[in-house]
Write a protein that binds this ligand. Structure first.
Ligand code: ZN
Length: 349
């Protein structure tokens, strides 16, 4: 089969790789119908990771598709089932999985490691299928928009929701969102879904702020840095936002998040840290009783909660995908996202 591999920074290729086979009785094989490129895929793409991927390493961690074969111990899935995968696989039975923190599964792992296929390819061997996958209604396979919306449950929508939960969004909350990427935009959707009354989006890219407005943002702040902090303070009567979603991960984004958080409020941080630790000022947090919650999102735990709302159209994250490519065009998709010419790239293998 064909799959996406990374050889070196800025060197993404689509190559012939071995077809996946059932290796463990708890595996299933999935033929990928939809995959996508994540903002976090850009870190290895740019070479901005501590441990460089091995040349030829597989990549991609968001996908949905159809089960083509199931191991003998798989009870929840059979050939023909439409399924979505979270961005990590997990056994579903350990203490952490039982607590809804599948990201800390003691036997779990990531897609694209040497033994496990990446998501940006034609097919994937899924370990611990019963613990990892979630079944989707078969009818969704014939609805192109819905299928795209459901793919967001693999990562961005669940991650935006995790940020909103971490930030303590409640009915009536004032929320501010730092980061106009797909996760930040899904954070807007999640905040509205949780009953936020006012949602302030920080961003200046018109195509993105338009999506934010359609997702429920009530105010757009185009300023950056100190000017953004002043603008949000002015919009909130000097107080700041009860709930701040931090979806970038840099020192500046965290400094801004802290600057716009209301005393007694919380920051939900889901941007993979690339310097954001340097923006955490404990003295400021201490003096104003600001909490910091979040981390890598256990999206597997959120899929059952969010799925009905995606299916009935209560939330439709599909607009975050603004460019669609075939498998052979994936390298161009990375370039488009890296150049910020695309917000999030959908892959139809
Ligand atoms: Zn587990």
């Amino acid at each position: 089969m064909r799959a996406t591999v990374i050889h070196a920074p800025y060197d993404i290729r689509v190559e012939e790789v071995p077809d996946p086979i059932i290796r463990q009785p708890t595996d299933v094989l999935v033929r990928v119908l939809r995959s996508c490129i994540c903002g976090s895929d850009l870190w290895p793409y740019r070479g901005e990771v501590a441990r460089k991927p091995e040349p030829g390493a597989r990549i991609g961690h968001e996908f949905l598709g159809v089960v083509t074969d199931a191991g003998s111990e798989v009870t929840g899935f059979a050939a023909g089932d439409l399924v979505v995968a979270p961005f990590l696989w997990s056994d579903g039975v350990c203490d952490f999985c039982q607590e809804g923190l599948q990201t800390s599964c003691v036997r779990g792992g990531g897609w694209g490691s040497p033994e496990v296929d990446g998501g940006q390819g034609e097919a994937v061997r899924v370990p611990f299928a019963d613990g990892t996958l979630v079944k989707l209604p078969a009818e969704a396979a014939s609805d192109d928009r819905l299928l795209t919306a459901l793919l967001s449950l693999s990562d961005v929508m669940g991650t935006g929701h995790h940020a909103a939960v971490g930030a303590g969004v409640r009915p009536g909350s004032t929320v501010a969102v730092v980061g106009d990427g797909a996760v930040g935009l899904c954070g807007v959707l999640a905040a509205r879904r949780l009953g936020a009354e006012r949602i302030i989006m920080l961003g200046r890219h018109r195509a993105r702020t338009d999506i934010a407005t359609s997702f429920g943002a009530t105010d757009i702040v185009a300023e950056r840095g100190d000017a953004a902090v002043a603008a949000v303070r002015e919009l909130t009567g000097g107080q700041g936002a009860h709930a701040v979603i931090e979806a970038v991960g840099t020192e500046q984004s965290m400094t801004t998040a802290l600057g716009i958080a209301r005393a007694g409020g919380a920051i939900g941080y889901v941007g993979a840290p690339h310097g954001s630790g340097d923006g955490v000022n404990l003295r400021t947090m201490f003096d104003a009783n600001i909490a910091l919650r979040g981390g890598v999102a256990p999206v597997r735990a959120y899929i059952p909660e969010l799925l009905p709302d995606v299916l009935d159209g209560t939330i439709d994250p599909s607009p975050v995908f603004d460019l669609t490519v075939g498998l052979d065009e994936v390298p161009g998709g990375y370039k488009a996202m890296n150049d910020r010419a695309a917000l999030k790239v959908l892959i139809k293998p």
